[in-house]
Design a protein around this ligand. Structure first.
Ligand code: NAD
Ligand code: UDP
Length: 324
């Protein structure tokens, strides 16, 4: 049953976004402010950029707290909120190498702190989980019922297992303490405001193309990903928050592409003289990834609307302004 009355009550209360200075978080904050909400953003700036919150900072309904979700006292001090989007975690495979312990802590301790705060305030919590919980999937496309193929000790395990643990935290509190929550399994999401040196494939290729440098395709480029524009992702997360679904629910764009095809498309869109250079494929790099979004369509009435060409255009435009 859809509990419309509790949704209306929540809408009068502030929204907490952890990871607010990040790519998805900052776009979500802007959208929430446009919707007239009062928003608290928390971020430790590990991978986020305060500049991403430029327009939010000028809005009196926004307050920013520089803090770490793994610090229980800092999370407890944030005060009364009716909705929490928990996005705080480094997310790029290059971060898996440079800050693996911080990733383990954000997904585990951070999620436990945020879940405790949601229970205390009677807030609904949306957790940003990931397609990485499917590991290197042997089932394709990935439906939420697929339990995954994760290497528990490999270089990606700090991220994959912290997110899987986060799902367990949320599901267990939902069962035992009545936590009102939704779990979003986010598939490769890109958009303006990613770091120049983020390391993920879309910003890497676009920046390389704009600089006329070789595009670094790892492996033969036949591995696939399915890319979702951040504006579609934000709509999906809002739809999950507005629902009563626990999920998990995949939020992603099922338009599957090979990495080599992505490189060629970026070169075409930027009219770049760049060549393509192959690099070694990192260990445990998933071979294929594509979301089954039947549940999102059926339960949330959500599907992506922004095609890859159009979406990449917003990234090219962003980095054209910021990259030299
Ligand atoms: P991002 O790196 O741009 O944003 C993450 C934000 O979290 C950053 O601003 C960072 O400073 C902040 N952060 C990290 N650790 C923190 C901590 N301990 N306390 C407070 N803040 C902290 O990445 P993104 O792409 O915007 O991802 C946002 C969330 O969505 C992440 O949880 C990520 O795992 C999840 N996700 C993203 C994708 C994707 O393709 N973009 C896919 C699956 C899941
Ligand atoms: N990739 C690449 N060149 C790069 C960065 C990434 O070929 O400069 C590949 C990577 O090996 C993977 C895909 O692009 O197969 C997506 O990588 P990304 O780091 O964006 O995210 P992932 O989906 O692996 O978490």
């Amino acid at each position: 049953m859809t509990d419309v009355s509790s949704r209306d009550v929540r809408a009068d209360r502030a929204v907490l976004v952890t990871g607010a200075a990040g790519m998805i978080g900052s776009h979500l904050v802007d959208r929430l402010l446009l919707l007239g909400r009062t928003v608290i953003g928390m971020d430790n700036l590990a991978t986020g950029q305060i500049a991403n919150l430029g327009s939010a900072m000028a809005d009196e309904r926004f307050s920013f707290v520089e803090g770490d979700v793994t610090d229980e006292a800092s999370v407890a001090r944030l005060g009364d909120v009716g909705e929490i989007f928990h996005l705080a975690s480094p997310a790029s495979p290059s971060d898996f190498e440079t800050m693996p312990i911080a990733i383990l802590r954000a997904g585990s301790i951070g999620t436990m702190n945020v879940a405790a705060s949601a229970i205390e305030h009677g807030a609904r919590l949306v957790l940003s989980s990931t397609s990485e919980v499917y590991g290197d999937p042997e089932v394709h496309p990935q439906h939420e019922s697929y339990l995954g193929n994760v290497h528990t000790m490999g270089p990606r395990s700090c991220y994959d297992e912290s997110k899987r643990f986060g799902e367990a935290v949320v599901a267990t509190h939902a069962r035992h303490d009545g936590l009102d929550a939704g779990i979003a399994r986010i598939f490769n999401t890109y958009g303006p405001r990613m770091r120049v040196n983020d390391g993920r494939v879309v910003p890497s290729f676009v920046v390389q193309a704009l600089r006329g440098e070789p595009l670094t395709v790892q492996g033969d480029g036949s591995q696939t990903r399915s890319f979702c524009h951040v504006d579609d992702q934000v709509r999906g997360l809002l739809a999950l928050m507005a629902s009563v679904e626990l999920g998990p629910i995949n939020i992603g764009n099922p338009d599957e592409r090979s990495v080599l095809d992505l490189a060629k498309l970026v070169i075409e869109l930027t009219a770049s003289p760049s060549a393509i250079e192959h690099r070694p494929l990192p260990q445990d790099d998933p071979t294929q990834r594509c979301p089954d979004i039947f549940l999102a369509e059926q339960r949330l009435g959500w599907r992506p609307l922004i095609g890859l060409r159009e979406g990449l255009g917003t990234v090219v435009e962003y980095f054209s302004r910021t990259v030299t």
